[in-house]
Write a protein that binds this ligand. Structure first.
Ligand code: NDP
Length: 523
């Protein structure tokens, strides 16, 4: 790589002959400044192929941007195992021994904004890690929050529409999101985090990452464990004051991208400690929380996180488009020893991500270097498609079984069977569901008084332009999580809480509400 200037502009790669300018087909170009014309002042000639090719390529520079997580940045690094306790639960080779290193690529992002939008907005952050293991790529496609807004994937695209510009004017409006959230109370936990101080991280280096989903681990003894992963920042949590964030959004929309780039260029490599909460398969049936509900965490007291290893980012991409824009992560990508879970949101994501990549990058997106597994070429009988450049099975057979050789299956990596039962139907969540306890605990038990005040200020500021009817509907949810939260936001919105809350709920003592197991049933 050549020498770089402050933000990465540098000399071309030294190992390539870049002396002569050529067309894409390699023809040397005699003049790149003056188009070919009939006479010095005359019209252009169609035969100026270099110009035609230059514009044709330019017109096709943009590929579709991601429908979510369009704005981001990323870097390469390593994951190193520091504690192999986890290898008791999984045959995953990457966790097999202390000191084992695996190359990674990590992409951070905002969710709602378009490709050029500002980094310092209030939004969850994507935290997607691609582990290039010796048994294929494992993508841990998480966020900086341990939970999500909805628990059923049928609601996902509707929810995302509420985060984007409104269809009529193409302008931002907080109404759709509060309308949707107030009609979808399972969102309360996630919005408590989103409107807390952590909703605008100071940088990507200063936030945690979570698998959010429950995944699974399995070992050679065919034992399955449910698992939640947490990347805890070693830089410490730091957040931005909302006013400062607004100023930075105007001054430098790439504030977070620049922060990561600069830290790595300066050798100030950010690290995270990977931890795992582990639940034996059988305990899922009896646990008082549905462990596959993406709107809820497993309290640390129930399942203490164990240390697994260290993630370090230490190499900036050499070319942003090639490595970051074209990176493609998918929760479908697991490796032997790691599997999925019945989490409906996870199930919904498994087919969806690669589908999006095929649309955005074409069928063979895994031939792009950042996406390519390091352990193997595509060892299967899929063939052809746009941009197939990896040999395409050469002259070998393109079917299996065959009598000529080629890759065959490996039964030893089979997952243990998973017992499932029940009538096929569309179920509204009923059992083991509580939309209020955990956001209430976060507000009442985890946050400091100052953080609680910030949360209520942030809610009120954002809800001010929204219809009274919607504000009141949302206040009921706040009140059910914690009466102080309901009253605090109501006061800031100049609403008398008695106008918003049903008499039955008002008659309950505050602590009765906080402790009620099924506040959901109170109204
Ligand atoms: P614990 O006291 O063991 O854990 C509390 C967790 O809350 C810590 O991981 C802390 O992260 C995190 N936290 C602190 N402030 C915020 C914030 N503003 N937004 C999001 N997370 C924050 O308690 P429990 O495990 O019993 O959980 C209590 C509540 O904490 C939960 O209901 C949930 O809302 C929240 N939480 C729980 C997590 C879990 O996996 N159990 C993970 C994250 C949040 P840190 O250590 O980095 O300060």
């Amino acid at each position: 790589m050549g020498k770089k200037h402050k933000h990465g502009l540098g000399e071309p790669n030294e190992d390539e002959d870049r002396e002569t300018l050529t067309t894409n087909s390699g023809e040397p170009v005699p003049d790149n400044q003056n188009s070919k014309t009939a006479g010095p002042e005359g019209p252009m000639l169609m035969e100026d192929y270099h110009y035609l090719e230059k514009m044709a390529q330019f017109n096709r520079e943009e590929i579709p941007e991601r429908i979510v997580h369009a704005k981001g940045g990323g870097a390469f690094g390593t994951f190193t195992v520091t504690n192999d306790e986890i290898s008791e639960y999984t045959m995953a080779d990457l966790f097999s021994e202390v000191g084992k290193e695996t190359d990674v690529f990590v992409r951070f992002s905002t969710v709602a904004g378009s490709r050029g939008s500002a980094d310092t907005v209030r939004d969850p952050r994507g935290f997607a890690v691609k582990f290039y293991t010796e048994e294929g790529n494992w993508d841990l496609v998480g966020n900086n929050t341990p939970v999500f807004f909805v628990r059923d994937p049928s609601k996902f695209s509707d929810f995302i529409h509420t985060q984007k510009e409104v269809p009529g004017s193409g302008l931002k409006d907080p109404t759709p999101q509060w309308d949707f959230w107030s009609l979808s109370p399972e969102s309360l936990h996630q919005i408590t985090i989103l409107f807390s101080d952590r909703g605008i991280p100071a940088s990507w280096r200063h936030m945690n990452g979570y698998s959010s989903h429950t995944l699974s681990l399995y070992n050679e003894d065919e034992e399955r464990y449910w698992v939640k992963f947490h990347f805890k920042t070693d830089q410490g949590i730091k957040n931005l004051d909302p006013e400062e964030a607004k100023r930075l959004a105007g001054e430098n929309p790439h504030y977070h991208r620049e922060d990561l780039w600069t830290a790595i260029e300066e050798g100030n490599y950010p690290t995270w400690t990977l931890k795992a909460q582990i639940m034996p398969e059988k305990e899922a049936e009896e646990y008082h929380i549905n462990p596959f509900d993406l709107t809820r965490v497993w309290p640390h007291g129930d399942y203490p996180p164990i240390e697994v290893g260290t993630l370090e980012l230490n190499k900036n991409p050499n070319n942003f488009f090639q490595d970051v824009e074209q990176s493609a992560f998918s929760p479908a990508h697991v490796v032997p020893g790691i599997g999925h879970s019945p989490d409906k949101m996870l199930q919904g994501r498994i087919p969806s991500y690669d589908d999006a990549h095929r649309y955005r990058l074409s069928t063979n997106f895994e031939n792009i270097p950042v996406n390519k597994p390091k352990n193997t070429d595509k060892n299967n009988y899929h063939q052809n498609g746009y941009m197939r450049t990896d040999g395409n099975l050469g002259s070998g057979p393109n079917y299996e079984p065959n009598s000529f050789g080629g890759p065959t299956e490996k039964p030893s990596v089979k997952q243990p069977p998973l017992k499932i039962s029940g009538n096929a139907d569309r179920y509204k969540a009923q059992e083991r569901i509580d939309n209020y306890k955990q956001p209430g605990d976060l507000f009442h038990k985890v946050m400091t008084e100052e953080q609680r005040q910030h949360l209520m200020d942030n809610y009120a500021e954002n809800m001010k332009p929204v219809d009274k009817k919607i504000q009141k509907r949302q206040l009921v949810h706040f009140y059910k999580a914690d009466p102080d939260l309901g009253r605090g936001v109501a006061k800031r919105l100049n609403i008398d809480i008695k106008e918003a809350i049903d008499q039955e709920l008002l008659e309950l003592d505050d602590n009765e509400i906080r402790n009620a197991k099924r506040v959901n049933d109170l109204l």
